[in-house]
Design a protein around this ligand. Structure first.
Ligand code: ARG
Length: 569
């Protein structure tokens, strides 16, 4: 479509220049848009954008340009409607587009990231707590971004920056010593650790001595106290074992599990560097970097007792990653609650004189509630992601049993759809929006859901399976003048690469999930209104080719979101 846009822009520029106005082709090109309704054509120029320059009313501009525009390649008709000049594209154009899509199994991919490296820091749960629903956002958004960048040619490093260091481990150590034992933890695993933490947080509210003890314990841990390090190592092993089960269900892997603790011995050098560069200031015994002139609260780097903090560890991690991976971009996917944290330490990296700070990107997302209730680990209102996924799979198994009892391999289909439903639910809306998980919405086979897109994909696969002698035996080029349902579908498919690029630019997987829904709607309309298998000759071949292209594009989109391709449901 871009080439057609360029032709239109060039022609209009020529007309206006010949009349003595000063405009450029790219000015005009930027004005041209896609009408929301295809009755209004395939492209439109909103003439009010030119009203000021031409000192004329938009309907008049539209009418005059319409008279002067003459012939344009691939445009069969132009129409002035109100203040708009509408363009109708020749249907041959769409048949050719379909050829391009069908020939290219990785349609939508690109090499804009060639020779570039992107680190994606995502999921990153805090150990000793169950992997809960609050982390689904970071986990699936991050994983999807990593897939999108890879699809665009980037080399991706998937990093799980485990929250395995910090005062909370002081709390846990004190709680463990007071109320628990190895036997109990061996038996109850991460549930025991989590309960200890919740109980500690409750009790320290009325007992400040406990907080002091926890802080002291963490300082000792940082100073290498053997006993504490062993406990911490044990808590970490229990936690990772637990997380692996969730990652296995989601089929997500990481290139690195270097979490906060990994950077603990790299902190003194950072503190030293901050000092040398004159950025560190003493404030009531603690060390801070002043950020007030950047309209941000000052950042705490070292506490009064000398222990380091979350921002300090993030700075150390970024410097280390730059050396290790030489990234062009380093993306951090966390809840929006951490936006200030990232803004602060990104600024500090800038002030340290590292110009690669420009490649640091925070990708925030909104909060997740369940059935309308907020989740919080301090109060113990936690829903484990593993439980949720397992339950979703079980529910899908039941639905499949009712709808298609004869399906082969029901278990693996239920797993793909059950897990896919949770993933799609988390990626369906702009990430910054707060979401609420409701079973009926996530699992419905109709509406904007994972089961709906996976079902549509399976439908395309099933048509192709049944087509026997397939696409290649006919010459579909004999089929002229595709129907509006067919054109609509080709349009949606042809827009896929644009959607992928936008998703990458905005770090927004929902652009792909939404685009996918529009393809599904167009395909289902085509499927209901245009017989595929029952038609003949060139028409049959054309429709099969279209179905093949749908399967290909939906398949790629499912991959990008981190969902399974379901050949049968
Ligand atoms: N562990 C943090 C949390 O659970 C997220 C870490 C994000 N990554 C980072 N480099 N700060 O909220």
């Amino acid at each position: 479509m871009q080439n057609i846009k360029d032709e239109i822009a060039k022609k209009i520029k020529d007309i206006l220049i010949s009349e003595g106005f000063s405009v450029t082709e790219s000015d005009i090109s930027a004005f041209i848009e896609k009408p929301s309704d295809s009755v209004m054509g395939d492209l439109a120029l909103p003439c009010f954008k030119l009203a000021r320059l031409l000192k004329s009313a938009p309907p008049r501009i539209a009418a005059e340009l319409n008279e002067k525009i003459g012939e344009l390649p691939l445009i069969i008709k132009t129409e002035a409607v109100g203040g708009y000049l509408n363009f109708f594209v020749d249907s041959d154009y769409y048949s050719n587009l379909l050829d391009d899509i069908a020939k290219n199994p990785t349609f939508g991919s690109s090499d804009i990231g060639k020779d570039k490296v992107v680190c994606v820091d995502f999921s990153s749960p805090n150990i000793s707590k169950r992997f809960h629903l609050g982390h689904i956002g970071s986990t699936v958004i991050g994983n999807s971004l990593r897939n999108i960048y890879a699809f665009c040619g980037y080399k991706c490093v998937a990093i799980n920056h485990l929250g395995d260091w910090g005062t909370q481990f002081g709390k846990l150590i004190v709680a463990y010593k007071m109320w628990s034992s190895k036997e109990k933890v061996d038996e109850r695993g991460i549930n025991e650790l989590e309960q200890l933490y919740v109980r500690f947080c409750k009790e320290e509210k009325d007992n400040k001595a406990l907080s002091d003890e926890a802080r002291a314990a963490f300082t000792q841990l940082e100073n290498g106290n053997r006993e504490y390090l062993e406990m911490w190592q044990y808590f970490k092993e229990i936690s990772i074992k637990e997380y692996q089960k969730t990652y296995a269900l989601l089929e997500i892997t990481f290139d690195s599990y270097n979490g906060e603790a990994f950077f603990s011995d790299k902190m003194p050098a950072v503190v030293e560097e901050l000092k040398k560069k004159g950025l560190l200031v003493l404030d009531d015994g603690a060390s801070i970097v002043r950020l007030d002139q950047y309209n941000m609260p000052n950042a705490l780097i070292l506490k009064t007792d000398g222990s380091t903090l979350y921002p300090t560890r993030d700075i150390a991690a970024a410097i280390w990653r730059k050396k290790e991976y030489d990234f062009d971009k380093c993306i951090y996917v966390t809840s929006a609650g951490q936006s200030l944290h990232f803004a602060q330490w990104f600024k500090i990296v800038e002030l340290m004189g590292y110009d690669w700070y420009k490649g640091l990107v925070h990708v925030p997302y909104g909060t997740m509630s369940f059935g309308g209730e907020k989740l919080a680990s301090r109060t113990g209102n936690i829903i484990s992601l593993e439980d949720l996924l397992t339950e979703s799979v079980a529910k899908c198994e039941k639905i499949i049993e009712e709808k298609n009892a004869l399906l082969a391999d029901k278990k693996s289909v239920a797993r793909a759809v059950g897990v896919g439903a949770v993933i799609f639910n988390a990626l369906a809306n702009s990430r910054i929006k707060d979401t609420n998980f409701v079973w009926e919405d996530a699992l419905s086979f109709e509406g904007n859901t994972g089961p709906y897109v996976q079902y549509t994909y399976a439908r395309s696969a099933s048509v192709l399976r049944k087509s026997e002698n397939g696409i290649d035996n006919y010459d579909d080029n004999e089929y002229k003048n595709p129907l509006s349902e067919e054109i609509e579908l080709i349009k949606r498919l042809s827009e896929f690469p644009e959607a992928v690029l936008r998703a990458l630019e905005e770090n927004e997987p929902s652009i792909i999930s939404r685009h996918m829904l529009s393809i599904c709607t167009a395909f289902n309309q085509f499927y209901h209104n245009c017989p595929i298998l029952k038609s003949e000759g060139a028409l049959r071949a054309f429709r099969l080719k279209l179905t093949q292209a749908v399967k290909q594009v939906l398949g790629n989109a499912l991959d990008l979101l981190g969902m399974k391709r379901t050949e049968e449901i």
